[in-house]
Design a protein around this ligand. Structure first.
Ligand SMILES: N[C@@H](CCC(=O)N[C@@H](CS)C(=O)NCC(=O)O)C(=O)O
Length: 215
């Protein structure tokens, strides 16, 4: 069976689309990026998005949205969702922790008062980083292989790597107290496909939402 034609629609940045793009890179699969500006989003794209938000994908012409659902679907298709139901449980816990972390980061980003925002950012870099990386660490300890699920890289490992290298980077504090997370990140960074992708991806952290906080 031939591979489907997949297009992903998103802003010209990493954001919520990057984990999906990275998964395709690690799986050695093609995905076409349709990138648009903030100006063009309401004018030409929002009405095409299934639920009025981005990212969304077109799979052989059929549209689907919700970044986590899209990532999970392709992880299953490409064999990056573990081998057992328990693997899926471990992976889902990581993805849900990341979902919660994203929500916290967005609250910080949207805080209009500059002083309050600085305080929220500090809390995020301190307490939230500890809470969520503490969660990843617990899961990695339970699995005991150095990966979130089983003995090979899965969507969850890629998603944790995206947290530290993507748009959420400015919201993170030090993760030194989480040695299993650090070891996992080194392993993902050493993956040949990830290395190739990171060396050529067109995105700059300067353009991401998080970095605008620091302006
Ligand atoms: N739960 C959704 C959230 C999507 C979402 O809020 N996307 C933002 C960009 S990251 C968006 O579409 N913002 C523009 C808008 O709501 O008009 C997902 O993960 O895909």
């Amino acid at each position: 069976m031939s591979s489907p034609n997949v297009k992903i629609y998103y802003f010209d940045m990493m954001g919520r689309a990057e984990m999906i793009r990275m998964l395709f890179a690690v799986a050695g699969k093609q995905i076409e990026n349709i990138r648009f500006s903030f100006e063009d989003w309401p004018k030409s794209f929002k009405e095409k998005a299934p639920f009025g938000t981005t990212p969304w994908v077109e799979i052989d012409g059929e549209v689907h949205a919700q970044s986590m659902a899209i990532a999970i679907y392709f992880a299953r298709e490409f064999g990056f969702y573990g081998k057992t139901n328990r693997d899926g449980l471990l992976i889902d816990q990581v993805l849900n922790l990341i979902h919660d972390f994203i929500e916290v980061s967005i609250v910080v980003y949207k805080e209009p008062d500059k002083e309050k925002r600085a305080q929220c950012l500090k809390d995020c870099q301190d307490k939230s980083t500890r809470l969520y990386f503490g969660g990843f660490e617990q899961i990695l300890k339970k699995t005991g292989t150095g990966y979130v699920a089983g003995n090979q890289i899965s969507l969850a490992d890629i998603a944790i790597f995206d947290v530290v290298t993507g748009w959420m980077k400015p919201f993170l504090g030090p993760i030194d107290e989480f040695p299993l997370c650090k070891a996992l990140l080194e392993k993902v960074a050493a993956n040949e496909k990830i290395k190739g992708y990171m060396a050529t991806r067109p995105y700059s952290s300067k353009k991401e939402w998080g970095d605008q906080l620091l302006v």
